[in-house]
Design a protein around this ligand. Structure first.
Ligand code: ADP
Length: 306
């Protein structure tokens, strides 16, 4: 595997509101690829990790940038849209402990990323952005928030990037409400699997999106797409290698599950950090799982870890 020192995570980072009792709320910064960027940098200090997105020029965007800086995530690929603002989501917990999510993200600045009609300062040329990195991580959420044109430009840029030796890591992270049409989500996700060097799907997302009968069917379909490396995340059953053999990592069970937010995101970070530092795929799966266990033992997406 070619050396990995410069990594970009592409997507949308949002303001997160956790509704408390009465009128109180806690305010955080989160988003799937962003969570991964923070954990990646934390667990492989020597890597350069940039986040690629568009924010606004408002004070909440300032707050997000300050969060990136505090976590040593590079901001040079963050554009600032003149009128749009970041997306927002709220988490509420009912009396039985069941969480529900509400989103305000349809008109966020990140939606203009790689857009031909995007405002000045918002990256339009995906190829120019990708060229700076050894590895680029994106997810099905990244694809879902882009315009159709922007997605096509990104796919074309990915082909050129990979032809020049760049590597793509992808997690399908299927969120039905972000896609108008499940058939479109399937087409775009499959197109990405055909362009992926390190695949990091979770079995539940793949089954929900493609209707596979079981884990074996997921593995067979991903192999047909040409996937040769990565891990299939299977919650407590432990991840399965997506390389030449489909062995399941022998992992320890969770001692405490408080909140599974960012389980997959942190797994991706632990896995990629370990690979970049020279670990075998099996050790990378164990590193991903070990980090995910720490994350699910605490409330919130970005939590303190060892
Ligand atoms: P996602 O969060 O993307 O849906 P998973 O639920 O498979 O993905 O979780 C990602 C990783 O987090 C798993 O591969 C596993 O390492 C760990 N994990 C999640 N839930 C549990 C659990 N209940 N017990 C042990 N590990 C878990």
């Amino acid at each position: 595997m070619p050396p990995i020192t410069r990594i970009a995570c592409i997507g949308e980072v949002m303001i997160e509101l956790i509704a408390g009792h009465g009128n109180a709320a806690e305010l955080n910064v989160a988003g799937d690829t962003y969570n991964t960027a923070v954990y990646l940098k934390r667990h492989a200090r020597g890597l350069d990790v940039d986040y690629v997105t568009a924010l606004g020029r408002d004070t909440f965007s300032d707050r997000i940038l300050a969060h990136m800086t505090a976590h040593d995530v590079g901001t040079k690929a963050v554009a600032r849209h003149p009128t749009r603002m970041p997306g927002l989501y709220a988490i509420e917990t009912d009396a039985l402990g069941e969480r529900s999510f509400s989103y305000w993200r349809e008109t966020s600045a990140a939606r203009t990323l790689f857009d031909s009609d995007g405002a000045e300062g918002v990256p339009r040329n995906a190829a120019e952005v990708l060229a700076h990195y050894d590895l680029v991580l994106l997810t099905g959420i990244t694809l879902a928030i882009l315009s159709c044109n922007a997605r096509n430009r990104l796919m074309t840029a990915i082909d050129a990037y990979r032809a020049g030796g760049g590597q793509i890591a992808f997690d399908s992270n299927y969120r039905p409400h972000l896609w108008n049409d499940p058939a479109l989500a399937r087409r775009e996700t499959e197109a990405m699997w055909q362009r992926t060097d390190i695949a990091l799907p979770s079995v539940d997302d793949e089954i929900a999106l493609f209707g596979d009968a079981d884990e074996a069917a997921v593995l067979a379909r991903l192999a047909d797409c040409g996937i040769k490396a990565g891990a299939l995340k299977c919650a407590e059953a432990g991840p399965v290698n997506l390389g030449s053999d489909s062995t399941r990592a022998k992992v320890s069970p969770a001692t405490q599950v408080v909140d599974t937010t960012a389980a997959g995101d942190s797994f991706n970070a632990g896995y990629i950090a370990a690979l970049a530092l020279g670990a075998t795929p099996t050790d990378a799966m164990i590193a991903g799982h070990t980090l995910a266990l720490q994350v699910i033992a605490k409330r919130g997406g970005i939590v303190d870890t060892d």
